[in-house]
Design a protein around this ligand. Structure first.
Ligand SMILES: *[C@@H]1O[C@H](CO)[C@@H](O)[C@H](O)[C@H]1NC(C)=O
Ligand SMILES: *[C@@H]1O[C@H](CO)[C@@H](O)[C@H](O)[C@H]1NC(C)=O
Ligand SMILES: *[C@@H]1O[C@H](CO)[C@@H](O)[C@H](O)[C@H]1NC(C)=O
Length: 233
């Protein structure tokens, strides 16, 4: 390749690769901790985000993972009133999941309430063709947790979540896959959020809801406490 063509080719590749962003907007009244889990790529972790602040998570274009939200977290111990330190649902937390497909201009995202709920979430992208998924639970949580949170629908009581919402020994969600004792509260009130692992219809899970957005944009905003709920069939 001649040098100028090579430079053109590199700049095209870079342009495509760099156009990926994930920001988190904390519209809650309180500071949150953003604890991130990664399968591929890089993202910032253990971000303290004050009420009203927005943070660019500095992801790499291939990032695949999740953001878990902790509330009332102590700086020294890392313990939170909801979410953390084990991040298995022993205390409830809401979770946003993302899968950027490198070089495709595409991202898949979802809101997961499998480990419970502590703050409302909305995920939207900068394109009208992508479904904005939002969930704000109404009052009436069947198994209330601390600080206004709600234990996973897999748990019949707080004690049943003591080893997490999906313990390796198996818990209240059959085969750690299908709807549990209180999953209906979640999938009825937030039809665009995962209430249990096969809520997308995998392995015949019922109801099979619209819980994964396939999106032709790579610029995504996660808003915490949006005060809205989507119902996109
Ligand atoms: C954060 O979200 C709120 C509520 O949706 C919105 O009014 C505000 O403009 C957003 N802030 C940023 C920086 O995007
Ligand atoms: C924020 O605080 C106001 C006033 O105290 C309250 O009405 C509102 O429900 C709170 N919002 C959230 C998301 O906690
Ligand atoms: C999407 O992003 C582009 C480029 O950054 C910007 O020009 C446009 O205003 C954005 N559109 C929306 C709906 O936010």
């Amino acid at each position: 390749m001649r040098p100028c063509l090579l430079i053109l080719w590199i700049s095209l590749v870079l342009t495509q690769v760099l156009a990926v962003s994930l920001s988190v907007n904390n519209s809650c009244n309180h500071t949150v901790l953003l604890f991130t889990q990664t399968s591929f790529g890089d993202i910032r972790n253990n971000i303290r985000l004050r009420a009203g602040d927005t943070q660019d998570m500095a992801i790499t274009p291939d990032w695949v993972g999740a953001i878990n939200v902790g509330t009332r977290c102590r700086k020294c111990s890392g313990k939170c009133m909801t979410g953390g330190p084990s991040w298995n649902g022993e205390t409830p937390f809401s979770r946003a999941e993302f899968n950027w497909i490198p070089d495709s201009g595409k991202v898949f995202y979802d809101v997961s309430l499998i480990y419970g709920y502590n703050v409302g979430m909305e995920i939207r992208a900068n394109t009208s063709t992508c479904h904005p998924f939002a969930c704000t639970l109404p009052p009436g949580c069947p198994v209330p947790g601390p600080g206004g949170s709600c234990f996973s629908g897999c748990c019949s009581s707080p004690e049943a979540c003591a080893d997490g919402a999906l313990p390796s020994s198996g818990g209240g969600c059959p085969q750690n896959a299908f709807a549990g004792p209180h999953s209906s509260f979640f999938f009825t009130n937030c039809p665009n959020a995962y209430a249990f692992p096969t809520n997308d219809g995998a392995s015949g899970g019922q109801p099979a809801n619209n819980v994964v957005s396939e999106c032709d944009s790579t610029d995504v905003i996660l808003t915490l406490c949006p005060e809205t709920t989507s119902n996109i069939p």
